[in-house]
Design a protein around this ligand. Structure first.
Ligand SMILES: *[C@@H]1O[C@H](CO)[C@@H](O)[C@H](O)[C@H]1NC(C)=O
Ligand SMILES: *[C@@H]1O[C@H](CO)[C@@H](O)[C@H](O)[C@H]1NC(C)=O
Ligand SMILES: *[C@@H]1O[C@H](CO)[C@@H](O)[C@H](O)[C@H]1NC(C)=O
Ligand SMILES: *[C@@H]1O[C@H](CO)[C@@H](O)[C@H](O)[C@H]1NC(C)=O
Length: 226
């Protein structure tokens, strides 16, 4: 049986708009006081404790059903006013020594009323991955499962755990192998930056609605037999 949990520990975000008033917030340690003040959590299993945000069901509990959740900033982001943003965050994905594990975590921007989907969609808005997105989104994913739509290398071998960029699809625009330690529950730190509205090579304003929510989403599967 796989114990699996996804925790978001800290977040620092810097947004700037052309009128040069930049919005910055830093959540050096996320605690229950941040709920509904800075952060909104959604998903039946998402909780905030003194250890940070837990996006999915803790599989150490008895009930091993799939779960998905997300945590977003309390205020929407108006992309028309956005010049650039960057965010640094730390998180833990812990399978407590077990393999296989899944599914992963994403940092995303999407419609406020978008749905949360379970499974390999990692909480992103889908009817069914990889291509039936129910609303527009852009996400950076930290994917810990190999779904059939995920990148392959060489003669069809899966790339394995990877970091990728998704635009209203889970077929990645760009992906890269991610060396992590999920089995050991190591702390990961990452940094996402969007300069002049450009997210790597595309303009987020052309692929998203004007007003979006942003934050993190994650999903875990039901029990595995190992
Ligand atoms: C993690 O694995 C260890 C060793 O198998 C076990 O003793 C411990 O109870 C597990 N922890 C949780 C939270 O499931
Ligand atoms: C999203 O929509 C809900 C319900 O309409 C609203 O209460 C909430 O403030 C909105 N969130 C953002 C970040 O705009
Ligand atoms: C995020 O981390 C990177 C790399 O460590 C650093 O260069 C950058 O200034 C940090 N940005 C913020 C907004 O903290
Ligand atoms: C976003 O900002 C622009 C420019 O300030 C404004 O015209 C527009 O109404 C805003 N959109 C929303 C959805 O708030």
């Amino acid at each position: 049986m796989v114990f699996f949990c996804i925790h978001l520990i800290t977040c620092f975000l810097l947004l700037s708009d052309p009128s040069s008033s930049s919005i910055t917030f830093s959540l050096p340690s996320i605690t229950p006081q941040n709920q509904n003040r800075d952060i909104v959590i959604q998903g039946t299993e998402a909780t905030i404790s003194d250890d940070g945000i837990q996006l999915t069901r803790n599989m150490a509990g008895l009930d091993k059903t799939p779960s998905a959740g997300r945590a977003t900033y309390i205020r929407p982001l108006n992309l028309t006013e956005l010049a650039s943003f960057s965010t640094n965050f730390t998180f833990v994905i812990d399978s407590n020594g077990s393999t296989p594990y899944g599914y992963g975590l994403t940092f995303f921007l999407a419609d406020n009323n978008s749905v949360i989907s379970e499974g390999g969609a990692m909480g992103l808005p889908f009817i069914e991955p990889p291509n039936k997105a129910t609303s527009r989104f852009v996400a950076v994913e930290f994917d810990t499962s190999n779904d059939y739509w995920d990148p392959i290398v060489g003669r069809g071998d899966p790339l394995g755990d990877h970091v990728a960029i998704y635009v209203s699809s889970v077929s990645s625009q760009k992906s890269q192998k991610w060396l992590n330690n999920v089995a050991g529950g190591a702390v990961c730190q990452d940094w996402v930056r969007c300069q002049d509205g450009l997210f790597h090579t595309f303009d987020v304003k052309t692929v998203l609605p004007e007003s979006v929510i942003f934050g993190f989403s994650a999903a875990t599967p039901d029990a595995f037999e190992i």
